[in-house]
Design a binder for this molecule. Sequence first.
Ligand code: ACM
Ligand code: ZN
Length: 615
Amino acid sequence: MKNLFTALLFSFLVYNANAQQSGIPLIPQPSQLTLGKSSLKISGQTTIVLPKEKAHQTLVNHFREQLSAILNTNIKTNTPLSKNSISFVIKKNLSKEAYQLDVTKNNVVISASEPAGWFYGWQTFMQMLRLKLEKGKEAFLTEVSIKDEPKFGWRGLMIDVSRHFFGKEVLKRYIDQMAKYKFNVLHLHLTDNQGWRLEIKQLPKLTSVGAWRVPRTGYWSGMPAPEPEEKATYGGYYSQEDIKDLVAYAKQRFIDIVPEIDLPGHSLAFVASYPEISCTKTPQQVLAGDPWNAKRTNVVCVGNDSTYAKIDQIITEIAEIFPSKYIHIGGDEVTRNYWSNCPVCQNRITIEGLKNVDELQSYFVNRVAKMVIAKGKTPIGWYETLEKGLDSNIVQMSWKDEKGAVKSSNEGKKVILTPAFLTYLDFYQGDPYLENAPFTVNRLSNSYKFNPLPAGINVKNVLGGQGSLWTEQVPNERKLQFMTWPRGLTLSENLWSTAPKLNWPDFFNRIEAHLPLLTADSTNYSGYFYDAIISAKKGQNDEVVLNIDTEIPGLAVYYSFDDTDPDQFYPKYNGQALAIPKGAKNIRVVSYKDAVQKSRIVRLPIAELKKRAKL
Ligand code: ACM
Ligand code: ZN
């Protein structure tokens, strides 16, 4: 009753802009948040009430351990609704994954129709606590009633574990961080030209050969190809036992691990293990860099029945070890000219009455999709599997843009959106001159623009979306984290939150509140959003003219042309175009907020800027 009274009294605050600003900077924003006036102290005196069911006790004990760790104490259990306790209640009328979190001056109650909802309610509670934590031992939480549910059922992150391998323990730490922001799918890109990462017992060479490549360091582009007799010493793979362990770990955190086997292209590791499945049948080495300019067969022969026999063995084992409803079968970026020159593939075109190699790709994808369906699973394919003549049971993962998702959803296909220009996590976050990252840019503010429901989409066919982290230039765990966060926060918001979308500066304030939490978790993140952004254009007299911008408001930018490091006593950029002084070799810029240095010093050569201005 007290709760109801509080809810009524303060209901005018719900989604009033002021409430959002004076409220709690949660990510993702909950659907409804109603603040009260009093508060509750959470500390070593707080207790947790274990639910009656044994299975639920395991989960809540896990919560108790987390709370004990955060408060540096040993949280005790208690009886229902005792003072200063945290209880978990079943409320049947709440939808799957939804929860209600009530903090009153007496206690905390998390309600849900099933444990997944408790889990998400718990994440919200832990954020509130950590955002207010004092002296590592207590927090005063404002009275609040939160009602929340996700916008989408697929809230994913993808890791490419082929280009660089990340062991089981790295993935567990990644899963821990995903869970805090209510992600529920970890898509593993398990195979590519640079490594096969999954034990398949019937095909042991996939891992004895395919999981290993020559070691290389540095820039992916132009990476030296393997020498003919060079030892392949870099790599690794997940044993089937590893996968079972990982799957169980993820399940405890309500995360589904979705496996991807990328076929028929991106298959050099497969071909290197079993050269007989390629059109040329020539021996191959697993690559460190890209295959595009090398004479490498990275595509399987889709005319040959023995290729399908091996794929069936692979899918059979995958279906047994991954409980996920989904198996991703790839389908992207296939160089089809191998098939044009292969008599076996040409023969398949004739037998099946196909017109050309494009239809042969559809034939292949349909045939493999049927194998997946025969195992009781749902196939997922990349954008290229959109092509004509394809089975509508394939879920479309739309990566090139949003148009593919719009088209497929209106053809009755289920879609998952990961449009590259908004959600790819391999794209660089700062100036490319300073970053070893491939392809193009996806700054933090840009990633916030991702809308999983673009104009024209058939909403009922959208499963959700994901961020996708290709790892060509992600050689270690710290970089894996750096590329994921804080862009992962914008993904979390866009995939979970049903609240009205905040404007960018307001959402950025939330991001800023979460950075210390990432640090406390020893999770690396990019701070390049603080960098001043220098742009160069050609002036009226063919000189270079520079402008400086920032992606977040309220930064003061200081600069130098004399090859000394600027600070807040240097010339301040005033919004006007800058001319380059005679003799200057570099510009250096730095940003400050409230007299505190926020960015690194960005140094760009004038020669580089001239190039950008096409001079
Ligand atoms: C992709 O980026 N090739 C799916
Ligand atoms: Zn062939």
